[in-house]
Design a protein. Structure first.
Length: 138
């Protein structure tokens, strides 16, 4: 009897809690991106690279998407993204172009650039990222 009561309570919470937060459908929202990893190898600056990333909405709802570049190094001025905000229809795909222009005075070392795609609605904001890595030779 007690187990049945706990089960009923859990099922009720699973339905009511997201609805009360105003995000019931958001729990089924997600994105995918490909390719997920691009390894450029060892390069001498200056160089340029263009990545064509495909973001996909496997769900049935249209979702607003925000795109950001992130890195632990001061390289974001080297990056441009073709679309940083858009609505992706349910079942839809969009190609996003990322341009990387590494200057001639770039310091040698390992570099990592993450391009993060985030669902921009509701309290729960799922995201996916594509990573671009390279090594600058000295």
């Amino acid at each position: 009897m007690r187990a049945a009561l706990v089960l009923v309570l859990l099922i009720t919470l699973a339905y009511v809690w997201p609805q009360a937060a105003g995000q019931g459908a958001d729990l089924h929202v997600g994105l995918s991106v490909s390719p997920g990893l691009l390894e450029l190898g060892r390069l001498y600056p200056p160089f340029s690279f263009v990545a064509n990333l495909t973001v996909e909405n496997p769900g049935s709802e249209d979702v607003p998407v925000e795109v950001q570049a992130r890195s632990d190094k001061d390289i974001l001025s080297w990056v441009s993204i073709s679309s940083t905000s858009f609505t992706l229809p349910g079942g839809g795909k969009l190609n996003v172009t990322v341009r990387l222009n590494v200057p001639g005075d770039a310091k040698p070392g390992n570099y990592l650039l993450s391009i993060v795609f985030t669902v921009a609605k509701g309290a729960f904001k799922p995201s996916v990222e594509a990573k671009i890595t390279w090594v600058i030779r000295g």
